[in-house]
Design a protein around this ligand. Structure first.
Ligand SMILES: Cc1cc2nc3c(=O)[nH]c(=O)nc-3n(C[C@H](O)[C@H](O)[C@H](O)COP(=O)(O)OP(=O)(O)OC[C@H]3O[C@@H](n4cnc5c(N)ncnc54)[C@H](O)[C@@H]3O)c2cc1C
Ligand code: SF4
Ligand code: SF4
Length: 412
């Protein structure tokens, strides 16, 4: 591929935004394609100097998990399904507002806050809802407790935190980065290309991710509940309890009026709007991060639970930050049996197992596939029940034919 225009045309883009940050001619802008996600557009592509920096940072085109990311003492049983994990913890943010508002236990936010308040980091680059159009996300640098608190919670809509890596590069001190697995992969690639960025990434905190629904998902969900997007002033996809509710606040009313739906119902609806590239994503748990946070779904959640997160420590830096936050009282954690990770994320394991077959089906049709290495894809495929192997490969063939994935998208 010559540039990221082709990556997008072949539906390989994951919308991380790293290409916008890296382009030395600032020729890349990002657009939100309502039924797909955030995608780059190269202005005056004929004047592009063909440096290929955009391709070099692109996790959509290539994601390689090299042994260079591994550290000693990783948990062998978790490696094939979840990458390098050296410790598994379960717990929550010590601050009750962060815990209550957080997606699971508010740990991503609490760890970021510790890094800012106690480790001298300048801020946290992450995602917030747009004030004007709450179904849209934007990248922000949070520096205070109230900033961090306001940005807690998962946003099941396109987000591209790597689009603003310049803010980390230009910051007077190292910063926290929070993003999905593909965002963290984009960050790491950009770090390899830009030493000024590399020096200023204090820690990368990744969240677990099964796929990002397009904006169409949110629009259709609002329509399903007969809500006009123009009347909406706030959307929360979850949080305020665990797993929390999909919650819409309407604007222009004298007393605030809310619409609420259960997490099961709203995610059950939204997950149908994930782009196909997410079905080819092996990294559901942010393997390139120093610390990963997800839901401990291994047990039933009772109605009055305030929230718990799983925390995976992946690097020595991650270990130091988790221990420091624990000692300083920012988080409440207990070491867990590594087995709870497998029990918590069965869907992510099933998805990883299906990828090898999906890629083979695409190759049979001559469709470009992402280059994925170091994720034990073949051995994960071999571990998948035969029925699931057949179902996922045939499902891919059906999608290729019905959605015409055998040819590139013309315009976007
Ligand atoms: C698209 C998506 C898919 C998910 N799939 C899974 C899954 O399969 N399994 C699972 O266990 N959990 C999943 N989650 C939930 C999430 O990984 C966990 O809840 C995690 O534990 C973080 O919770 P927390 O309370 O520690 O984070 P919080 O303290 O609430 O912080 C959340 C952080 O995530 C950032 N963020 C929110 N939405 C996005 C986004 N779309 N892109 C980038 N950054 C974002 C926020 O800016 C904030 O910094 C998903 C979340 C998203 C956004
Ligand atoms: S760098 Fe990110 S946003 Fe740009 S084309 Fe690749 S995946 Fe898409
Ligand atoms: S499933 Fe993978 S590619 Fe899709 S949004 Fe999540 S991390 Fe990115």
């Amino acid at each position: 591929m010559k540039n990221i225009k082709e990556v997008v045309a072949w539906r390989l883009c994951v919308g991380c935004g790293a290409c916008k940050y890296i382009c030395p001619q600032s020729k890349i802008t990002l657009v939100n394609i309502v039924d797909q996600g955030i995608r780059p557009v190269i202005e005056e592509v004929e004047q592009c100097n063909s440096c290929t920096d955009c391709l070099k940072v692109c996790p959509g085109l290539e994601t390689i998990y090299s042994e260079a990311f591994s550290v000693h003492g990783f948990i062998p049983n978790l490696k094939a399904g979840f990458g390098t994990v050296i410790e598994v913890w379960e717990g929550y943010a010590a601050n009750k507002d962060i815990r209550y508002n957080g997606s699971s236990g508010g740990l991503a936010s609490a760890l970021a806050l510790y890094c800012i308040k106690e480790k001298g980091m300048h801020g946290a680059l992450h995602i917030a809802a747009s004030k004007d159009e709450p179904w849209r996300n934007e990248t922000v640098l949070s520096q205070t407790f109230s900033d961090i608190l306001a940005r807690t919670g998962s946003r099941y809509a396109p987000a591209s935190p790597c689009d603003s890596l310049m803010k980390i590069e230009a910051a007077p001190a190292p910063c926290v980065f929070i993003g999905k697995p593909c965002d963290v992969a984009g960050l790491r690639k950009a770090q390899m290309l830009r030493s000024a960025l590399n020096e200023n990434v204090g820690v990368a905190i990744g969240i677990f991710c099964a796929g990002t629904p397009s904006t169409m998902g949110t629009f259709e969900l609002l329509k399903h509940y007969k809500i006009d997007p123009k009347t909406v002033s706030e959307i929360r996809y979850r949080g305020k309890g665990w797993p929390g509710m999909f919650r819409v606040l309407l604007r222009g009313e004298t007393s605030p009026s809310f619409y609420e739906a259960s997490y099961r119902e709203s995610w059950g609806f939204l997950n149908n709007y994930r782009p196909y590239r997410c079905y080819l994503c092996p990294d559901g748990t942010s393997e390139f991060a120093d610390i990963s946070c997800g839901d401990p779904w291994y047990r039933e959640v009772s109605e009055d639970e305030l929230g718990f997160s799983l925390v995976l420590v992946r690097t020595e830096k991650g270990r130091e930050i988790v221990q420091g936050a624990l000692k300083a009282g920012y988080v409440v954690l207990k070491k867990s049996d590594p087995k709870i990770l497998q029990d918590s994320q069965k869907n992510l394991l099933l998805k990883r197992g299906a990828i090898w077959g999906r890629l083979m089906a695409m190759k049979m049709f001559g469709i470009p596939t992402p280059r994925l290495q170091g994720f034990s894809l073949f051995s994960n495929w071999c571990g998948l029940p035969a029925l699931d192997q057949i179902r996922s490969a045939l499902g891919t063939v059906r999608r290729i034919l019905t959605r015409k994935y055998f040819r590139p998208m013309k315009d976007y």
